[in-house]
Design a protein. Structure first.
Ligand code: HEM
Length: 339
């Protein structure tokens, strides 16, 4: 039997987020954190932070204007002994500056202005009007693989679909999708705090190229974010705890989404769940702009796959599925299925 993922204790308060068992199934650890250390304080070198896991606490922070998304972007030491290669420093500073200008990292009033500019591209009516084109893309992606009798749901569907759709939305030639994918992977990895600093060079390179390509429109693809964070602009009393000015507050979305105070049988996969107040797309003023589009893509991709492959089954043993190294954006590296 595998050892279960470590849980926080008084002497070792921070769970080992890099543990393979945590990556495979973080939920027992999240449960222990919700129950025992709902406000967990930690330090990694000079970087000091708090981590919240309860749904009510995560929502309270996301709706509080004193909790800012605007922070000085510093590469975070994931462990001792990681050093930044000086050769990456200058472009790294440039990439981090560019990242800090996107609306996800701006507070009002800048955020209000930026969001106002792009909102109209994502109205429910606009998203709905994309349905036939998204369905056509899904059909094209599936046709070749279904004929072959097997596919990797990650490589053949989940990864290319959002890139094809965003390329179409931005009016970019579909032939550039390979470049967009090449750029978005290291950028998504950079958003994941667990990446080692010496691995930032590819993200820096990608940021430079994509900035040039999109002339200022930086787009990082997201997978399944399990966490986000805020920084208190002042000392804040909230959720029965005190949060010091500047000390980053990590919000574990994956833990909040399994909170039994809000969800009946939270660990049960229930497609028909009612009163589903999950925070997978965030909450408050930064609520995911692409939520409607992501839902449309998911509906068409999964719906079409299940309809066209009624004998769909895993092509590998459950235990052999591999997870991506980060945990902020948790996801499988591959999902091989037989049809
Ligand atoms: C399943 C797919 C997706 C998930 C789970 C997801 C999740 C999230 C979450 C949790 C946030 C809030 C982060 C925070 O408050 O700190 C967010 C914000 C955002 N998302 Fe998504 N997202 C997805 C797909 C997309 C897509 C397809 C797009 C664009 C086409 C998009 C664009 C954005 C933007 C622009 C923001 C920032 C909004 C703001 O700051 O006002 N997302 N997303």
């Amino acid at each position: 039997m595998r050892p279960s993922a470590p849980i926080p204790t008084a002497t070792d308060p921070l769970p080992d987020f890099a543990h393979p068992d945590f990556r495979r199934d973080p939920y027992p650890t999240y449960r222990a954190m919700r129950e025992r250390t709902p406000v967990l304080r930690g330090e990694r070198g000079a970087f000091r932070f708090s981590i919240l896991t309860r749904h009510a606490d995560v929502v309270a922070v996301l709706r509080d204007p004193r909790m800012s998304v605007d922070r000085p972007f510093q590469p975070r030491p994931p462990g001792d002994g990681d050093a930044v290669d000086p050769a990456t420093l200058h472009p790294l500073a440039r990439a981090l500056r560019a990242l800090s200008r996107i609306m996800l990292f701006r507070d009002p009033p800048d955020h209000t202005r930026l969001r106002g500019l792009v909102n109209k591209a994502f109205t429910p009516r606009m998203v709905e009007s994309l349905r036939p084109r998204v369905a056509a893309r899904v059909d094209e992606l599936l046709a070749a693989r279904l004929a072959a009798g097997e596919l990797d749901v990650v490589r053949d569907l989940a990864e290319p679909l959002p890139i094809l759709v965003i390329a179409e939305l931005l009016g970019l030639p579909l032939s550039d999708c390979a470049d967009l994918k090449r750029w978005s992977d290291p950028l998504a990895a950079m958003l994941d705090g667990s990446i080692a600093m010496q691995h930032l060079a590819p993200a820096v390179q990608a940021a430079g190229e994509v900035i040039e390509y999109l002339r200022g429109h930086l787009e990082a693809k997201r997978r399944d974010p399990q966490a986000t964070s805020r920084v208190p602009l002042e000392d804040v009393e909230l959720c029965g705890a005190r949060f010091e000015k500047g000390r980053e507050v990590g919000l574990l979305i994956g833990a909040a989404n399994r909170d039994p105070d809000v969800f009946a049988e939270p660990d049960r996969f229930d497609l028909g769940r009612r009163d589903n107040r999950h925070v997978s797309f965030g909450f408050g003023i930064h609520f995911c702009l692409g939520a409607g589009l992501a839902r449309l893509e998911g509906q068409l991709a999964i719906g079409s796959l299940v309809a066209r492959a009624p004998r769909l089954r895993l092509a590998v043993a459950d235990g052999d599925l591999a997870w991506r190294p980060g945990w902020l954006l948790r996801g499988l590296t591959a999902l091989p299925v037989a049809v």
